[in-house]
Write a protein that binds this ligand. Structure first.
Ligand code: F6R
Length: 608
């Protein structure tokens, strides 16, 4: 949450920082700010609202300075007003600071600072940190940052300038991501490599508690004890920073449309379609431990958690593994000890979700094997887990996750096959499974071709304020995900339920004003879903049924039917999720919502 970009070099900082802020805007878009030091003065612009509002405010300003900081905010402490926007000044304006994270002991520090005469102008925790750095400064900004960090609690990624050192930027991380970008014409720092697109592919990932000093032609990294650290420079692929709409009106739509390719990339080079064999290079080193794994805890948040729930069903049923999905924010406070042979699999698109990282650290503290299923290469989760699997799905920019959910489901299929093969299970069955996977991208394309039909259904129902999504077993996580998507981007209230739970409460909501999306493909629970559809219909609730093509019986019962191609029972979710994504997308567009940047949300939830 919150995006940071900093640049020091021989080019004007403004275009570099603004382009970085646009790329980082998915991390927060409540307000944005920019500062440079020029002719002995700070020049600072801040605006409430998106980066475009900041850019409009700066329009026409002639800024030549090649050293500055930028920030796009997701508000935690204080409303998204201009005065609460970063950069924040510290001391008597000696310091300018941008911050991603939370100063958890800010109220205690604020009281102490107020006692020595500090006047606060904002409601933010960040301002406390800015004043603290100013107070700790005695000629060396790195030491001041280290000292201030030692007095604060909570995750942080920061970039700081001091007026006595106008050509130097100091950045640091503890919990929140921060990486450096190296170019011939200066140094960059940002919370995400996306901010470097078009400027550099040479990056250095800072580890926790590292602090870096950047000048136009140098960078030095220090550890928590102020010792110099030699860092490896990594070349990132263009795919890791690409964020182009390529003619699509929104990233969400583009990413929904990428899903056939997303599925194919999940198993490319990993699944042999001729033998059904699965090779997962990222798990090679821990195969023995995986073979003896007694229990798998799957920890994640939001959409990634729903994928984990699917993984729980799939791994326990097909691979005989004792798997259990846990909401990471709950799991991290669960005071339970686990057997040494248990493992934890953390799932995260961003690899930066604070609660998911906390779950990993908790498991590691108990000596468990920690695994990651993550999309962003080089993210904290990717680096902190002992082993894992990448999604290889390219950047997901739309704040509402779409293609990564599908990719996570795809990878659970690989994991299930992998585990089966580790235990010498029946290869003939695996072969049929592998072939069904390989045929899936074509079926995904067939579902995407229903877009116009789904748009018409969205138009018919988008003014209904409450929806229900029902599914059973493998499609229960799809019902949860469908409801979450609709809520997130259209702000329509929706509930996802295990269809069997209907009678235990939610059926009270059914009425002609509440559409129910029933995920009812021709799997082994189809007849049960028909029962649920009948219950809704007999209470005059409108039903939008997601069914297997040609299912005339359900088609007749439902008000609207979306027909997806036939596949294996456990692969239906990879098709059935798409109509829900498109319904949410079209409803949001019809209602005039900001599809890619829904209110109150951020892509990367780096605070608890
Ligand atoms: C919903 C959504 C969120 C994320 C959640 C976890 O569309 O995107 O629910 O799934 O914040 O994020 P990651 O996967 O980055 O850990």
């Amino acid at each position: 949450m919150c995006g940071i970009i900093a640049y020091v070099g021989d080019q004007p900082a403004q275009p570099i920082i603004l382009s970085g802020l646009r790329a980082l805007e998915y991390r927060g878009y409540d307000s944005a700010g920019f500062v440079v030091r020029e002719n002995g003065q700070w020049r600072r612009w801040r605006a409430s609202g998106p980066v475009a509002a900041l850019a409009a405010k700066m329009n026409g300003a002639s800024i030549r300075s090649g050293c500055g900081l930028g920030h796009t905010r997701w508000a935690t402490h204080g409303a998204p007003t201009e005065v609460n926007a970063h950069p924040h000044a510290g001391g008597q304006d000696e310091v300018m600071l941008v911050h991603n994270g939370i100063v958890e002991n800010f109220s205690r520090l604020k009281k102490k600072l107020a006692m020595v005469g500090t006047v606060f102008v904002s409601e933010t925790d960040t301002e406390v940190l800015a004043h603290l750095i100013a107070l700790c400064y005695a000629g060396d900004l790195v030491s001041a940052v280290a000292e201030a960090m030692s007095r604060t609690e909570g995750p942080l990624g920061i970039a700081v300038m001091h007026r006595a050192r106008p050509d130097e930027i100091v950045v640091a991380r503890r919990g929140s991501p921060m990486l450096l970008g190296l170019t011939d014409r200066g140094r960059l720092a940002a919370s995400d490599a996306a901010a470097f697109a078009g400027w550099t592919d040479q990056v250095i990932y800072l580890a926790d508690n590292e602090i870096a000093r950047l000048t136009a032609d140098s960078h030095q990294v220090f550890d928590a004890r102020s010792a110099r650290v030699d860092k490896v420079v990594t070349t990132i692929s263009p795919a890791e920073t690409a964020a182009e709409l390529n003619g699509f009106p929104h990233f969400m739509r583009k990413e929904i449309y990428e899903q056939a390719e997303t599925a194919a990339s999940a198993w490319r080079g990993r699944l042999d379609p001729v033998t059904g064999a699965v090779k997962l290079g990222g798990l090679l080193d821990c195969q023995e431990r995986l073979k003896n794994c007694s229990e798998l805890i799957i920890a994640a948040c939001g959409t990634s958690y729903y994928a984990g729930l699917y993984g729980q069903y799939l791994l326990s049923e097909s691979a005989g593994l004792d798997a259990r999905a846990e909401i990471a924010s709950e799991f991290r406070y669960c005071q339970r000890s686990y057997p040494a042979a248990a493992a934890l699999l953390a799932i995260s698109q961003s690899g930066e979700t604070a609660d998911t990282l906390a779950a990993v650290r908790l498991a590691q503290a108990q000596g468990l094997l920690s695994l990651g299923l993550v999309n962003v290469a080089g993210s904290t989760l990717a680096r902190e887990t002992a082993a894992g699997v990448y999604n290889h799905a390219g950047p997901e920019i739309g704040v509402a996750s779409t293609k990564i959910f599908l990719s996570q489901l795809a990878i659970f299929n690989l994991l299930a096959l992998f585990w089966r093969q580790l235990h010498g299970r029946d290869r003939a069955e695996d072969l049929a499974w592998a072939q069904a996977l390989v045929g899936l991208p074509d079926k995904i394309r067939q579902v995407l071709a229903l877009d116009n039909r789904i748009a018409a259904i969205a138009e018919r129902f988008c003014h209904y304020p409450n929806w229900l999504f029902l599914g059973r077993h493998f499609n229960y996580p799809v019902a949860l995900e469908g409801a979450l998507k609709l809520k997130e981007v259209s702000y329509i209230h929706a509930e996802g339920y295990a269809a069997g739970e209907m009678k235990h409460g939610p059926i009270a909501l059914v009425s002609p004003e509440v559409p129910t999306v029933a995920i009812a493909p021709a799997d082994r629970l189809r007849a049960k879903m028909i029962g649920n559809i009948m219950e809704v219909k007999s209470r005059r609730g409108p039903v939008i049924a997601i069914i297997t093509a040609g299912d005339e019986e359900i088609k007749e019962l439902a008000d609207e039917a979306i027909e997806i191609p036939p596949t294996l029972d456990w692969l239906y979710p990879l098709l059935a999720v798409i109509p829900g994504q498109l319904l949410a997308y079209h409803a949001a567009c019809l209602l005039g919502r900001n599809v890619d940047r829904p209110r109150n949300l951020a892509k990367s939830v780096t605070v608890e």
